[in-house]
Design a protein around this ligand. Structure first.
Ligand code: GLP
Length: 241
């Protein structure tokens, strides 16, 4: 018996667990199309409404995703990103055995706005690099990043450098030590630009991450706003008491 109609557990929840179990066991693999609501309602002998409720929950939890006009599919497993440790995108992807790359959208030296200047602790209009990149793992867009970096501090950034790793350049080439960072994470829904650049559906969940990073001597050198795909990322932290 696939579900127990006499159980105190709601039926939609049992169906949700059944589908989740098939995904975890690998019977349903990332990219596989899910059987239709009609097929499931015949299999479980329940209404399509109940099936939809289970599927909606799995979509919200990131196990499944919908493609307009094509159906519901099994999602890729989410990356677990540790909240401790100050790492770069390049390091994070390499640690997972994936090939990091960047698609450069914009690169310019501009006068710092009041807000950016305040965060970087420089005078307004001080030159900063404005950099917009799509960050990819094995060619798949993972995040969209806009960063402002003090040009007087991090000298010599080029297109070549920023299509690879900025942190590698700072520590390897400039021999500056990166110290710590403050980071804020918020949830949001994909806007039109994110939909297009990250190749996701309108209204997909996004994790907005704002980071200000300091050199080991305490000087802030970058302020970064990133939009990470929430269907591909989850954050994990160790809590000590
Ligand atoms: C992460 C951080 C950014 C940082 C970037 C550096 O994505 N969220 O704040 O600028 O790493 O990455 P890389 O060294 O790969 O350019």
């Amino acid at each position: 018996m696939l579900i127990d109609k006499n159980s105190p557990l709601p039926i939609y929840h049992q169906i949700e667990e059944y589908i989740k179990d098939r995904i975890i066991k690998g019977d349903l693999k990332p990219g596989d199309v899910l059987p239709s609501e009609r097929e499931y309602s015949q299999l479980f002998e329940v209404s399509r409404m109940t099936i939809r409720q289970a599927i909606n929950k799995l979509v919200n939890d990131g196990y499944l995703y919908r493609k307009k006009g094509s159906g519901t599919f099994v999602a890729e497993k989410k990356f677990e990103q540790a909240l401790q440790g100050l790492t770069s995108f390049t390091e994070d992807m390499k640690a997972r055995g994936l090939k990091p790359s960047s698609q450069l959208l914009h690169f310019e030296i501009i006068p710092a706005s009041l807000k950016v200047a305040a965060t970087l602790q420089v005078a307004e209009h001080t030159p900063v690099y404005e950099i917009k990149r799509i960050r990819l793992a094995d060619g798949i867009p993972m995040a969209l990043e806009t960063c402002y970096i003090s040009a007087n501090l991090i000298k010599g950034l080029t297109e070549e450098v920023i299509t690879h790793s900025i942190y590698d350049y700072i520590e390897g080439k400039l021999q500056l030590k990166i110290g710590d960072a403050t980071q804020i994470i918020e949830s949001s829904l994909a806007c039109q630009t994110e939909v297009e650049l990250l190749n996701i559906n309108k209204g997909s969940p996004i994790l907005l991450i704002e980071r200000c990073t300091y050199l080991a001597n305490g000087t802030p050198f970058e302020v970064v706003r990133s939009s990470y795909r929430a269907d591909r990322y989850k954050f994990v932290s160790q809590l000590k008491r």
